[in-house]
Ligand binder design. Structure first.
Ligand code: NFE
Ligand code: MG
Length: 566
């Protein structure tokens, strides 16, 4: 007999996501993904100065804080055909890489590892055995008996007080949990260490961006970082060398801890390479531009239809026609006026809330499509594009991760295994390692360029009379992000954001084809309907962010909160 279960809200994500699953005979037969929160940015940008757009757009989200700022300045620069100085590209690129690394580490350890790791089981681990197992897998300096004993003692302290703190309400002891107590202990130790290492990555963002969340150093036309090697109050070599020390620390954590842990967890759940593929049309965009106009990139992107890397179509520049002409959004199943499918420049954002109706409208998220079909975005899409484009770092780390999984699990894991729930985790770790290489490369480019005497960071934008249309894309941590702008006489006429979680969390589209979350859940097992851990495994593997996905605005201007100012 079939039964519908509702998980609302899904936790360990950003925002308010509801997932409904129709379960039959212990397996998911159909699923619905619904964004339950209503907030807004796109509408308030109308009529404003395009040079200010990035400051507002960045407030779409506090998780992927930098990414909407980047996509926004790129959209405006694209509309008025403005190139930016090399130093500005390099500084933006270091920020993008550091932010992406921070985000990927936080996602694996703090937002999803506990779907696979049983913290309570770590209490019964043999610490010596755990330490020698960890040391056989990695040269990491903090896998010693003393470190692991301290973690076990800390966990025991939590349990003895009856307060699990950050580990409260997990699925401890669930039948789908399969790691040994020793692996659980090592993973718990790395969970705690990851707090520290994600912070080092974020410090890089803060030094260059002035603050995080929400950097302050961008400008349409470049960046606002003054470069002066002789000044204590500008970006100088002392600051840059400090950034280098932070990069090195983070680099060892990614290679010696994150990549190894993902392989070790995956090797113990090989059946999860068989679940969660869902939509296998993959979209990603190139990023880390190295020239002033955005035609040479550090990472590749493009479109892969039907999971067939042989059909890869690259996206080649910030002006790319393939990307420019093939993005659309539908509101057939979303709580907006009408039933249309449009290119972002032609869209509007006119909210019309109603009840959840699985056969009609059931989400605040619009349904994007590429070439008329839903597409999956994210590190997996990006890694597949980079792999097939011949990116050496990505090939190296992907092969390394797959070899580790194969050796530990006694299977022959290959690229085809990546079309899965676990594949998304593996791809994120691989991308994270590649981002470290890109960050180092842009650091070297910046140092060399400054050393050659170039300290330019900004080209003044000029807005001609009449109408200009632009788009800016960015490969954000959760995938392909694009902002679309129409400027009229120097003011914003229309502004639309098509973001990674809109692609992945979207409802059924104009042809009733399910979005990536919805499709990926079909066929997943659910051992216990009251404790649907397996649903979380697949949904978390996308790293949902609903604030990003839904960014409409209450156009009645109702007061939500009043602040008294002195
Ligand atoms: Ni709010 Fe976001 C990323 C963007 S997800 S986290 O990455 O853009 O849609
Ligand atoms: Mg939008």
């Amino acid at each position: 007999m079939s039964k519908i279960i509702t998980i609302d809200p899904v936790t360990r994500i950003e925002g308010h996501l509801r997932i409904d699953c129709k379960i039959n005979d212990g397996k998911i037969e159909k699923a619905w993904s619904s964004g339950q929160m209503f907030r807004g940015i796109e509408t308030i940008l109308k009529g404003r100065d395009p040079r200010d757009a990035w400051l507002y757009a960045q407030r779409l989200c506090g998780v992927c804080t930098t990414v909407h700022a980047m996509a926004s300045v790129r959209a405006v620069e694209n509309a008025i055909d403005l190139s930016i100085p090399k130093n500005a590209q390099y500084i933006r690129n270091i920020i993008i890489a550091a932010h992406g690394i921070h985000d990927h580490i936080v996602h694996f350890y703090h937002l999803s590892a506990l779907d696979w790791v049983d913290i309570v089981s770590a209490l019964s681990a043999d610490v010596k055995k755990a330490s020698s197992m960890a040391q056989s897998l990695s040269p990491w300096h903090s896998n010693g008996v003393q470190e692991l004993q301290a973690v076990q003692d800390k966990l025991k302290g939590f349990v003895n007080t009856g307060q699990l703190g950050i580990f409260q309400n997990g699925y401890w002891g669930h039948p789908a949990m399969k790691l040994s107590p020793e692996i659980n202990l090592v993973a718990a130790a790395h969970y705690l260490q990851a707090f520290e290492y994600q912070r080092y990555a974020n410090q890089i963002v803060t030094i260059l961006g002035s603050k995080t969340p929400h950097i302050q150093n961008l400008a349409v036309g470049g960046v606002a970082n003054p470069i002066n090697p002789d000044s204590q109050s500008a970006l100088n070599f002392e600051r840059l060398y400090y950034i280098k020390s932070l990069m090195d620390k983070v680099g060892s954590f990614i290679k010696d801890v994150y990549l190894i842990d993902v392989a070790a967890v995956a090797a113990n759940y090989p059946e999860w390479f068989g679940y969660g593929a869902g939509v296998t049309n993959y979209l990603s965009v190139p990023d880390f531009p190295e020239d002033e106009k955005g035609t040479v990139f550090g990472t590749e992107g493009g479109y892969i239809p039907d999971g067939d890397v042989g059909k890869f179509q690259p996206i080649k520049s910030f002006k790319d026609d393939l990307f420019k002409t093939n993005v659309q959004e539908s509101v057939k199943h979303s709580w907006y006026e009408g039933d249309w499918t449009r290119h972002p420049w032609e869209e509007d954002t006119d909210p019309k809330p109603s009840d959840f109706n699985a056969d009609a409208k059931y989400s605040w998220v619009k349904a994007p499509s590429f070439m008329g079909k839903p597409a999956q975005v994210g590190p997996l899409a990006n890694v597949l594009a980079m792999y097939v484009s011949g990116n050496k770092d990505v090939q190296k780390y992907a092969n390394l991760a797959l070899e580790k999984v194969s050796a530990l699990a006694g299977i022959k894991a290959g690229i085809k295994h990546l079309h899965s729930t676990l594949g998304r985790h593996a791809a994120r770790a691989v991308r994270c390692a590649a981002l470290y290489g890109v960050m180092k490369r842009n650091y070297d480019l910046l140092i060399n360029n400054i050393s050659s005497g170039d300290v330019d960071t900004f080209n003044e934008p000029v807005f001609p009379k009449g109408e200009q249309r632009g788009f800016g894309f960015h490969e954000a941590p959760r995938g392909a992000l694009s902002h679309w702008i129409v400027i009229k006489d120097g003011k914003i006429k229309n502004y639309q954001c098509v973001v990674p979680s809109t692609w992945n969390a979207g409802p059924r589209n104009q042809d009733d084809m399910p979005g990536p979350y919805e499709a990926s859940l079909v066929g997943n097992p659910v051992a216990d309907e009251k404790l649907p851990l397996e649903v979380l495994r697949t949904v978390h593997s996308f790293d949902p962010c609903l604030a990003c996905a839904i960014h409409v605005h209450d156009n009645k201007n109702k007061d939500i909160v009043k602040v008294n100012v002195l």
